[in-house]
Design a binder for this molecule. Structure first.
Ligand SMILES: C[S@@+](CC[C@H](N)C(=O)[O-])C[C@H]1O[C@@H](n2cnc3c(N)ncnc32)[C@H](O)[C@@H]1O
Length: 328
């Protein structure tokens, strides 16, 4: 990619910040303009195949995989650097009129990792989303035959076996029991499970290696307090929500928490690397990347979402004089 990552032919950003730019664009066309092998991370949450559609429209589960493969898969692969990663947050859904689960997100994973497309599954993650509603109400609340679905699978895909990644950038605070052990020393030798614990287990590495479940423990929600100011504090999120209130605009209905892109940006990129979100929504990926000093850009098809998302940033430059809600 050239010096200016924001020179995407035929597209002009709606606004830009110190590290990034947000475009109003259909990512099907937008992706075609991005040079090959140019991005370090694509961090995204596409519209899911939901039974109850969101206001921005969702593909049916029955068409979803083909829609994604035909329009996005090959291009997402092409634009990543060989060391790059694609992280897709993709919620599951139920089969229509049945208390059984759709397999669409697993089918998508299999197709993305087929020879036809070529991605590798670097690792699967699960995001514990306590805010999910108990649904479908018929089975969960009335028949009581299913429990609340509270996780979103996240597929971390890579172009090669060894994408750029370093878990030392996402260490979590040690639990108090581990802190005590670090002081007292480890009792090495075999455990009842047969595992041999050696002295190196007692070494202080500055934090624990996180599991592949995000947001499950309270402690994980404060993951970045040490190295990412404000992550646990809602001030910047409020800036967006306050602007929505002021303009009487409904906030984006499917925002992911700042913690989510922050985790993967930290884990899979370094400052100065390039992060892209083709389903930008309210630009949470942009906000996380800006805070972590990664270069970023997003494409989002809905003008209101892009327009309102600029209020996440304290400083931005507008490039579109006819922008909705531009009069502030
Ligand atoms: C699940 S939301 C993303 C939310 C975002 N992660 C956030 O936290 O605000 C998916 C977004 O994709 C957008 N979208 C759907 N089809 C698109 C396309 N072809 N090109 C660009 N954006 C698209 C929708 O308008 C919606 O805002």
């Amino acid at each position: 990619m050239g010096n200016n990552i924001f020179d995407i032919p035929s597209f002009k950003p709606v606004f830009s910040t110190e590290f990034g730019a947000a475009y109003l664009a259909d990512s099907i066309q937008f992706l075609k303009q991005i040079p090959s092998d140019s991005l370090d991370l694509i961090m995204t949450s596409p519209p899911f195949a939901l039974l109850k559609k969101k206001t921005y429209g969702n593909e049916e589960a029955s068409n979803y995989v083909q829609w994604f493969i035909d329009n996005f898969a090959t291009e997402l692969f092409r634009v990543l650097k060989p060391t790059g990663s694609l992280v897709i947050d993709i919620g599951g859904t139920w089969n229509p009129k049945s208390p059984t689960r759709s397999l669409y997100h697993f089918e998508l994973l299999l197709r993305l990792c087929s020879q036809e497309i070529g991605f590798k599954l670097a690792q699967e993650f699960y995001w514990y989303n306590s805010a999910k509603m108990p649904s479908p109400a018929q089975y969960v609340n009335i028949e009581r035959s299913r429990v609340k679905d509270a996780v979103n699978p996240i597929w971390w895909l890579s172009k090669t076996d060894r994408p750029k990644a370093d878990n030392r950038r996402v260490l979590t605070p040690y639990k108090s029991s581990m802190k005590k052990l670090l002081v007292k020393g480890y009792n090495d030798g075999p455990r009842p499970s047969g595992h041999k614990v050696s002295k190196v287990w007692g070494k202080n590495n500055g934090g624990a290696i996180p599991p592949n479940i995000i947001g499950y423990q309270e402690q994980l929600m404060t993951l970045y307090q040490d190295n990412l100011l404000e992550i646990a504090n809602t001030r910047s999120k409020d800036r967006y929500l306050e602007a929505c209130k002021r303009y009487n605009v409904k906030p984006h209905p499917a925002r992911f928490p700042l913690l989510l892109p922050s985790f993967f940006i930290n884990f899979l990129t370094e400052p100065g690397d390039i992060v892209f979100d083709p389903f930008g929504g309210s630009c949470v990926t942009g906000e996380a990347a800006e805070k972590l000093q990664r270069r970023w850009f997003t494409s989002e098809i809905n003008e209101e979402y892009v327009s309102m998302s600029r209020f996440r940033f304290e400083n931005y430059t507008l490039h579109n004089e006819h922008l909705m809600y531009g009069s502030l």
